[in-house]
Structure formats: C-alpha cells, structure tokens
Write a protein that binds this ligand. Structure first.
Ligand code: ZN
Length: 166
C-alpha cells in the first residue's frame, strides 16, 4: 500500500509517498496496554526524528500527553495543533485510534523538512476514552496568550472510515 500525506500551503499542495509497508508495520505496533501504546508512540516519534519531546501530566491518567513541536521560521507565527489520542477503549484499538496516533510522527517527519509559516504541535493525547482527559489537561494549561496563538486545531481519530469532517 502506498500512503500519501498532503499538506496545503497557500495555493500549493505538497505530498510525500511513504515506502511500501511502512504504514502496515506501524499499524502492527498497536498494543492492548495503554502504557505500551504510549512507549511505542514515543519511540516512533524519536525514530522519525522528533527530538525534544515534551510530556504533559494528565490528571486521572498514568500516561502523560506527548508533544512534538516544530517551530515556525518566524517567532511571531501562530500555531496549528494536530492531535490524536493513543489510548484505546479496549483490545488493540487499531482503528480507534492507532490509525490517528501513528500518523502524528509521519506528519511531523514530513513537515520538519519544509519551510513553516506556522508552529506545529503534534499531540498524542492520553485518556481520551476516559472522558477527554488529555485534551482537557492541555486546554486547562493554556494561558490567554497561548490560546490566542492557535490558528487551527486538527483531530485525527479512527481514520479511513468516512470522509474528512470540518
Ligand atoms: Zn477515538
């Protein structure tokens, strides 16, 4: 299978073709234990070049949120937040939501090589299935300045089932 990652900037759309088998290999990393899912996502971020990963404590969750940030070329730029939860509601949770979680490091790896008008923050959110605890912790920690800087938020969950919803 060949997967295409698309990114829009002004009037141009760029894409990168992922080597055959890479997505399948990453999908097979889905694991029923949340702690293991967290570790595997972290390793995938590191292996694909995300250094300086940050963790954000999440009340009610043993695992933290995991954040890979790519700064914009200009310090004054606004931020695009791209999030996907890495926990599952039970079982391997391949579809919900390992499909979204493994796309985070892939997208970060592509965008790292591009000039960037925006800062990108890739969030692996913890404990979504326990009631959106990870994303709630993120919002609670945002100050007014941080909130003002957000230009867009993109959530990836259970990919491949329907068309994109905006
Ligand atoms: Zn989900």
């Amino acid at each position: 299978m060949v997967a295409v990652l698309a990114m829009a900037q002004s009037q141009t759309i760029g894409f990168k073709i992922i080597d055959d088998g890479v997505l399948e290999e990453r999908l097979r990393l889905a694991h029923p234990k949340t702690q293991e899912r967290y570790q595997r996502l972290r390793t995938l971020f590191e292996k694909t070049g995300c250094t300086g990963l940050r963790e954000q404590k999440v009340r009610g969750s043993k695992e933290p949120n995991l954040i890979c940030a790519l700064p914009a070329d200009e310090a004054s730029a606004t931020t695009i937040v791209v999030g996907a939860h890495f926990d599952s509601a039970g079982g391997d949770g391949v579809l919900d939501n390992w499909t979204g979680a493994i796309l985070l490091p892939s997208l970060a790896a592509v965008l790292r090589q591009q000039p960037r008008r925006h800062t990108f923050q890739f969030f692996g959110f913890a404990a979504e299935e326990k009631g959106l605890l990870g994303s709630a912790a993120y919002l609670k920690a945002l100050d007014a300045e941080g909130r003002k800087r957000i230009a867009a938020g993109i959530t990836m969950d259970s990919l491949g089932l329907t068309s994109t919803k905006c």
